[in-house]
Design a protein around this ligand. Structure first.
Ligand code: BG6
Ligand code: MG
Length: 219
């Protein structure tokens, strides 16, 4: 379907910045503390998934069960380590072309929003110096239903006062693509076509769109 893009809504982790490695290090540390190992391949299952659900998957991998209090404490420990790793995050970790593409959209009058499952999204955007490039920021603190539920993207569209059919979502996780499609938005997958099968189109990274528009991307 051809549509006019009046608003662009971006996922954060894996689209704007590569934080997956820091999430992995923090989950691995928790797993080791609990007495089992956690591989990078297993970490793929946690991408795009909320913190609570990620912990459930991790415990399933380790063959452990925990009551609700213990789960809340474990998730808080993981997050404290993750935030510790984020202390070193800076603009050099913005994914290639992301900042330039955001600037170009703003220059062309396209509205921009963030639609992320992460409760750390405001902190991460601030560390990257990207906060001013988003007119609306919807993060994991503001939604009650995780992707693939469309809530996060619908809220972003509402904040931008743009009908869903005029919004395009940029996402690296299949759950996020599903959420975009359920919201009635266009869905651009950022990653590999094999894993993002239902997206309207798939690109390797935002730098590819800059190339089409003749904009230089940072390395
Ligand atoms: C998503 C990540 O963006 O945010 C997931 O892809 C992560 O891996 C989720 O679990 C929640 O993040 P946070 O920062 O609230 O723990
Ligand atoms: Mg993501």
């Amino acid at each position: 379907m051809i549509r006019e893009m009046r608003a662009a809504i971006f996922d954060l982790d894996g689209v704007i910045v590569d934080t997956a490695h820091y999430h992995y290090l923090a989950w691995k540390r928790l797993a080791q503390d609990l007495g089992f190992d956690f591989s990078e391949a297993e970490n793929e299952r946690l991408k795009g998934v909320s913190r609570t659900r990620s912990l459930e998957i991790l415990l399933e991998i380790g063959g452990l069960t925990m009551d609700e209090d213990a789960r809340a404490r474990a998730a808080a420990r993981k997050n404290a380590w993750y935030v510790e790793y984020l202390a070193h995050l800076d603009a050099s970790e913005i994914l290639p072309g992301a900042a330039e593409y955001l600037h170009s959209l703003r220059g062309r009058g396209v509205k921009t929003a963030l639609g992320s499952a992460s409760k750390n999204a405001p902190l991460i955007l601030a560390r990257l110096g990207l906060t001013p490039l988003f007119e609306a920021i919807v993060d994991g603190n503001m939604v009650s239903r995780a992707k693939p539920d469309p809530e996060v993207f619908l809220r972003a569209a509402r904040q931008l006062r743009t009908p869903p059919a005029s919004c395009i979502v940029f996402e690296d996780a299949e759950a996020g693509i599903q959420a975009a499609l359920r919201a009635g938005m266009g869905a651009v997958g950022v990653g590999r076509p094999e894993t993002l099968k239902t997206a309207d189109m798939v690109i390797e990274g935002l730098y590819q769109l800059n190339a089409l528009l003749g904009i230089r991307s940072s390395a």
